[in-house]
Design a protein around this ligand. Structure first.
Ligand SMILES: [Zn+2]
Length: 391
């Protein structure tokens, strides 16, 4: 696995403290999803288990086993969806003892876990995208604890890595807490999360928190251009919108964000061209009605609108290329007559309210978006918000 260049220094520092013996027995990597946390986990595990002076040489048999995720003293768990739960037969992680384990999953679940393992090896930024909710079930954690009660198989160090620990099932997190409070001898715990606010305070206080920095825009653009064969301008747009996460940037691309942006931009062009509320509502209805809009998709649309408003604020400024989020379609923004700042302020606050209504209070996509665009028109007419509000 190749370490992304901006993480090399941090990774080296961590491996160095592992060699010196100053590394905390439990560490927690914190950073947005798709930001490359696993590449740090991976390097650290290699250093901890390497047979050549903990150099993470990449060549000794230990390092090679780690790189294929088959080292018997590297216990890796991550969330997965429970597919076809009615056909239970198998355990899914190698540390589970098939005889004593109460974990029983279907063939499909085992395949999903195996696919995820391969994805981790091939792309440290990959984000898993399951139709069904993924969790770390209690049975798996029980198996892990049982495995930890035995000595390390090779007699040396042992490493447990739990990815996205915030997705541990309720009872499972309680069980695991005891391991965090008193990790077995010679056992290192490496945890990752994108949502530290969801973790038990005890867990946070017992681990050393390491913040994983966002990936620089230029590097994301490079990665995307290679992976997706897209032009540079589009790659930079995706990078800017992703907030420093190549994984999120790829997912945005797969969600057809470029088409979405075009549709939304056309709505704003109509609005600003004086097309009137009825025409705008007609188009909003066409895009968002019928309940076919996925929750995740709607979040993307809100981000697109936010980026459009951001860019409308600054269309009059110099040096647009540097500041526009939508720099790849600069000419379209230059052709739009931007509304007054007061109007944009209202567009922004109405967006925050709509976002909250649709994501927290489950307001349907079409109702939310209609409310939003009515707010936009009202703001242009009277610099006020409509009198009614969303729940
Ligand atoms: Zn090695």
């Amino acid at each position: 696995m190749i370490t992304p260049s901006h993480l090399e220094q941090l990774s080296e520092k961590l491996c160095e403290s592992a060699r010196k013996g100053t590394l905390n027995q439990s560490v927690l990597f914190v950073g947005k999803e798709g930001i490359g946390k696993f590449s740090l986990v991976f390097n650290l595990v290699q250093a901890l288990l390497c047979e050549r002076d903990m150099s993470a040489c990449g060549e000794c048999s230990s390092c090679r086993e780690v790189s294929h995720l088959i080292h018997p003293d590297f216990l890796l768990i991550f969330p997965f969806p429970n597919l076809r739960p009615e056909s239970k037969k198998l355990t899914v992680f190698p540390f589970s003892d098939p005889v004593s384990s109460s974990a029983r999953f279907s063939e499909e679940t085992r395949e999903a876990v195996e696919t995820q393992r391969q994805n981790l090896i091939s792309d440290p930024f990959a984000i898993s995208d399951y139709e069904k909710k993924d969790i770390i079930p209690a049975e798996v954690v029980r198996d892990l604890i049982q495995a930890l009660a035995k000595r390390p198989l090779r007699g040396g160090r042992r490493v447990v890595a739990v990815l996205d620990i915030d997705k541990m099932a309720f009872g499972a997190a309680d069980l695991f807490l005891k391991t965090v409070e008193e990790p077995p001898q010679n056992t290192h715990l490496i945890l990752t999360t994108a949502h530290p606010n969801l973790l038990y305070p005890t867990l946070l206080s017992r681990t050393e928190r390491i913040k994983v920095p966002p990936v620089p825009e230029e590097l994301i653009a490079q990665l995307l251009a290679e992976k997706l064969q897209i032009e540079n301008g589009v790659a930079h747009y995706l990078a800017r919108l992703s907030g420093g996460s190549p994984g999120i940037a790829s997912r945005l691309y797969e969600s057809e964000i470029i088409d979405r942006r075009q549709r939304i931009l056309e709505l704003f062009e109509k609005l600003l061209g004086g097309a009137g509320l009825a025409a705008v509502i007609h188009d909003v209805n066409m895009h968002y009605s019928g309940g076919k809009y996925r929750f995740d998709d709607l979040k993307i649309d809100f981000d697109i609108i936010e980026s459009i408003i951001h860019d409308l604020y600054i269309t009059g400024e110099n040096d647009l290329d540097k500041h526009l989020i939508n720099a790849d379609i600069k000419s379209e923004f230059q052709a739009i007559k931007s509304p007054a700042r007061e109007v944009l302020d209202i567009w922004n606050s109405a967006l925050a309210e709509t976002r909250k209504a649709c994501t927290v209070n489950n307001v349907a996509a079409d109702a939310g978006m209609i409310f939003y665009f009515i707010s936009c028109v009202e703001a242009m007419k009277n610099l006020t918000r409509p009198k009614y509000t969303l729940p």
